[in-house]
Design a protein around this ligand. Structure first.
Ligand code: GLU
Length: 398
């Protein structure tokens, strides 16, 4: 008798989290690893947000809340969409979950059936294909090109559409590339979704982390028709340095949100009451800290992109948003170290960790082997030291 379900057998851990755990365990052993691994802001959660959580505990706000989040949190989310995106939602169109990942997972469970096809542009965030597959649907990967800013071309999208296409996932600004769609590009995507009758899942978690005065646009804001066909997945983790608090949220058609609520009701129940109070403060309170963090990320982006592009054989797209760079290292995939060949992004990442003590995530995990992903949500000091180490390690390859 087999112990594990086929579902569990074929599932591997999230590579971003696995690499993070490996770097942390090496650090715990006293090895000085510089981690460009998981995308987690190095900043502390802002004080006003922490204070709201402490107050919640002291006031005994520590019991079950409604499954999909408190009305107070839903109202703060509704106000955020109104204020930042000009969007109007009702409470019945909003659900809070235990992180953006949980939001996406429940959404996939709510709308996908066996055989449904879900178009995922590559490079993609590591967990989209497994979450789509866990819902029984088929991930259809469509490649994008670096020279197009890693954005989906309409020709490639069109080729991937079949009568079974249920949804397209977009993530703008993107993890891992930092590419972001303009209004005109989103209009084309929306046109395709409406004419071919599929849903758009818009992961907007990096909305606030944009540079060079880029204006973020939500595809939902384009028309009432596309609003009916789009589900926004969002969360407080990246914007407010709240990765550990686990609050994500989804906005979309009432029928879908209600199904997600039923799934949540039978699985996890409400997200943590205390974290919900903290998230109300994050969304509705002062946004000053966000501005400071984004300014720091922009400075780091400029530095890291510049340094990477100076390394012989490396080219790096300049991100428009999020806090990752996705440099192309493929010219090194023909080299060796002490007789051992390096022929792909995983082997290069292993080499960098073993020899340079620098953690990066192999591009293959994002569906793009020529690249490695580096998160620059880490201190400038570590970025400088990490790049020195990478340069030195690459020089040792023959
Ligand atoms: N989303 C972050 C990343 O890509 C956090 C880890 C994860 O959930 O994958 O690094």
């Amino acid at each position: 008798m087999f112990v594990l379900s086929n579902r569990a057998k074929s599932l591997k851990p999230s590579p971003t989290l696995a690499i993070n755990a490996k770097a942390k365990s090496m650090q715990a052993q006293g090895i000085h690893v510089i981690s460009f691994g998981a995308g987690e802001p190095d900043f502390d959660t802002p004080q006003n947000i922490k204070a709201a959580a402490i107050k919640a505990i002291e006031e005994g706000f520590t019991k079950y809340t409604p499954v999909g989040g408190t009305d107070e949190l839903k109202d703060a989310i509704i106000k955020k969409f109104q204020r930042d995106n000009g969007l109007t939602y009702k409470r019945s169109e909003i659900i809070a979950s235990c992180g953006g990942k949980h939001s996406f997972y429940n959404l996939a469970q709510a709308i996908f059936d066996a055989g449904d096809e879900v178009i995922i542009p590559a490079p993609y965030w590591v967990s989209y294909p497994p979450m789509v597959a866990l819902a029984g649907a088929v991930p259809v990967i469509v490649e994008t090109r670096e020279e197009n800013g890693f954005k989906l071309s309409m020709e490639d999208l069109k080729k991937a559409i079949t009568p079974k296409t249920k949804a397209l996932i977009i993530n703008s600004p993107s993890n891992p590339t930092g590419g972001a769609y303009t209004k005109e590009e989103l209009e084309k995507i929306a046109g395709m979704a409406l004419s071919h009758n599929f849903f758009v899942i818009s992961d907007e978690i990096y909305e606030k982390i944009v540079y060079d005065h880029f204006k973020f646009i939500s595809i939902v804001s384009l028309s009432e028709e596309i609003k009916k066909r789009t589900i926004i997945v969002h969360g407080v983790a990246k914007t407010y340095a709240m990765t550990g608090w686990r609050i994500g949220y989804t906005a979309g058609p009432e029928e879908i949100i209600s199904a997600m609520s039923n799934i949540q009701s039978q699985s996890t129940s409400n997200p943590t009451s205390i974290a919900q109070k903290a998230s109300v403060e994050a969304l509705a309170g002062s946004q000053k800290e966000v501005f400071k963090m984004v300014t720091a990320f922009e400075e780091r982006r400029n530095y890291i992109v510049d340094r990477l592009n100076k390394i012989p054989g490396v080219s790096c797209f300049k991100p428009i948003g999020a806090f990752y760079v996705f440099p192309n290292f493929s010219s090194y995939y023909v080299k060796s170290y002490q007789g051992k060949k390096i022929s792909n992004s995983t082997e290069l990442a292993d080499y960098l960790l073993d020899v340079a003590r620098v953690a990066v995530v192999p591009g293959v995990e994002f569906g793009a082997d020529p690249f490695e992903r580096l998160s620059y949500a880490t201190s400038m000091e570590d970025i400088k030291e990490g790049l020195n180490r990478i340069e030195e390690a690459l020089r040792k390859l023959v």
